[in-house]
Design a protein around this ligand. Structure first.
Ligand SMILES: Nc1ncnc2c1ncn2[C@@H]1O[C@H](COP(=O)(O)OP(=O)(O)OP(=O)(O)O)[C@@H](O)[C@H]1O
Ligand SMILES: [Mg+2]
Length: 254
């Protein structure tokens, strides 16, 4: 489903209003985290500078973090804008999905460390490159991992575990799985609707954004139950080579 189609679900507003609502909610959702980090680090920075004597080294390090997060937020906003315009596809390059998984995992290591979760990462070394917008695929992974951590918080009977896996399926398509043994799901489609949430402080935008991103890459995203419990989210992406072939074929057909 495209962002526009996705939005048809939000009733009572015209189509263009719907797109506006979806876009505003997506930006709010994605920028929330870096913004919270910027506020926290700004307070920390002020404390380091007001100390007697001022701790300039710590102040400088905190400031670097603020700059990093502010840049990340600006980048996220521009990529969300890209989801709604034809120009968005221009940010696609040949992307090593394994590298993206590793980078996301490292950037979330502190967050995960506080949760007492065993993380297993299984990467297919022969994975072909995807033609993708790296930042958008990072967003998808971050949202799926955050959801998995929430699901583990609410209900994992056994040792909490999270598995992130990349592989190439029988059809040659790149496939990424995020699997948790958390609370699990009863229904597997409604969760992708914008503003559907079961969480007290949730916006219900994470999965709607993920689906829009993956489908704009001509991939698919779905959820499936695990045995004995928990959920696996799976997304696919066409590999770069098949994408290049498709492009050649479409040019040849003209
Ligand atoms: N790994 C999971 N295990 C169990 N339920 C899940 C999982 N991921 C998502 N869900 C369900 O799907 C709903 C929608 O998820 P989504 O990420 O779209 O929104 P959210 O996490 O509630 O809020 P946010 O907008 O902050 O992401 C969740 O509220 C939860 O009920
Ligand atoms: Mg979420």
């Amino acid at each position: 489903m495209s962002p526009q189609q996705n939005l048809a679900i939000v009733s009572g507003a015209s189509q263009s209003n719907n797109v506006g609502i979806f876009m505003a909610a997506s930006i709010a959702h994605e920028v929330n985290q870096p913004l919270a980090a910027i506020v926290a680090n700004s307070h920390a920075c002020r404390r380091w500078l007001s100390a007697d004597p001022p701790n300039l080294d710590r102040g400088r390090t905190t400031l670097e973090r603020i700059i990093r997060d502010a840049n990340a937020a600006a980048e996220l906003i521009s990529r969300i804008g890209g989801l709604f315009s034809r120009g968005g596809a221009r940010a696609r390059t040949s992307v090593d999905i394994n590298q993206v998984i590793n980078a996301v995992w490292q950037s979330m290591a502190d967050e995960i460390a506080t949760k007492n979760v065993r993380v297993v990462i299984e990467l297919d070394r022969d994975l072909p490159p995807a033609r993708a917008d790296r930042i958008q695929i990072q967003q998808v992974l971050v949202n799926l991992i955050r959801n998995a951590l929430d699901a583990l918080d609410t209900g994992a009977d056994n040792a909490r575990s999270l598995r992130i896996r990349s592989l190439r399926d029988e059809a040659g398509t790149i496939r990424v799985e995020v699997r948790d043994n958390g609370i699990g799901l009863n229904e597997f489609e409604q969760i992708f609707e914008p503003f559907f949430t079961t969480k007290k402080h949730g916006m219900g935008m994470g999965l709607a954004i993920c689906r829009s991103i993956i489908e704009s890459h001509d991939g698919r995203l779905w959820a499936a139950p695990n045995k004995p419990g928990g959920t696996t989210f799976v997304f696919t992406l066409p590999d770069h080579a098949s994408d290049a072939e498709a492009l050649r074929a479409s040019h040849g057909a003209q």
